[in-house]
Design a protein around this ligand. Sequence first.
Ligand code: SF4
Ligand code: SF4
Length: 295
Amino acid sequence: SHLPENIRAKVQNHPCYSEEAHHYFARMHVAVAPACNIQCHYCNRKYDCANESRPGVVSEVLTPEQAVKKVKAVAAAIPQMSVLGIAGPGDPLANPKRTLDTFRMLSEQAPDIKLCVSTNGLALPECVEELAKHNIDHVTITINCVDPEIGAKIYPWIYWNNKRIRGVKAAKILIEQQQKGLEMLVARGILVKVNSVMIPGVNDEHLKEVSKIVKAKGAFLHNVMPLIAEPEHGTFYGVMGQRSPEPEELQDLQDACAGDMNMMRHCRQCRADAVGMLGEDRGDEFTLDKIESME
Ligand code: SF4
Ligand code: SF4
C-alpha cells in the first residue's frame, strides 16, 4: 500500500486499513448509540447510521455493559479480533455517555483491542479529550461538504445547544465542528479517516475540494462511498428522483481524489453490529440472548 511508513505501522493489524491485515484480523462493531444530533437527507432513522453502514439494516442496541460482555465473548471465540468500533446505529458522539462508558470499560478490561469510532462530527470537539484518554486509535468523520450552501442541501437540520437549527446556518456550524474536530485529533496524533457520501448533482464535483482540504489538515485516508438511493430505504426524502452514482462515476471521482489523497476502496459499509473478518458477518452468532446464555 502507499500509506506512509509511520501510519502503516499503526494500522498493520487493522483489517480496514491494511490489505494484508484484512485476511488475518477481525473487527467488530457494537451498537450502543441510538440517538443522533443531526438529520441527513439520506438517512432513514429506522436503520443504522449511514456514516459507516449501508442502509437497510437495523442493529440491536446494547447497553455499555452488554457491549463489553459481547466484546469479551467474541474475542474469546475469534482470536483474530483486533479492532472494536462504535458506529451507530445513530451518531456515537451524540450518545457520549454510552459511547465513552463502553470505551472506558474496554480500555481497562481488554487493553489489547484497538478502539475506533465514527461520527458526523457535530459533537466531536467536546469529546476529543475523552477519546484521547481512552486510547482511541482512530476516528472516522463523515464530511460531505465544506461549503454551507451545499451542506444545506444535504442536512435539513442539526440539534445544537438545545435548539433545532436549519438551513445554511446549520450546515455552517456542522462544517466548522467537523473541521475543528479533525484538527484537534490530528494535533493529538489520533488517526483520522474521512468518509464522504457521493450524491450525484449535489456534492459530487465538490468532493474533490473536500479531499484536498482534509488531506492538508492531516486526515490519513479518504473513503468516498456511493449514496445508496433505493426508494424502499427512503433515501433523500423530499428530493424526488435523487439517484445513486453509477459505479464508473464513483470510480472516476475516487481516481480524481487519489491524486491528492490515499483512497480507501475496500470499505464494506459494515453494519453497526458487524462481527468477524471483513466481508463476513457473524453477528447472528453473538446476539445478546446467545451471549447471556454463554455465561
Ligand atoms: Fe442518520 Fe447517521 Fe446522518 Fe444521523 S449522522 S442523520 S444517524 S445518517
Ligand atoms: Fe472497516 Fe468500513 Fe467496515 Fe468500518 S465499515 S469496519 S471502515 S470495512
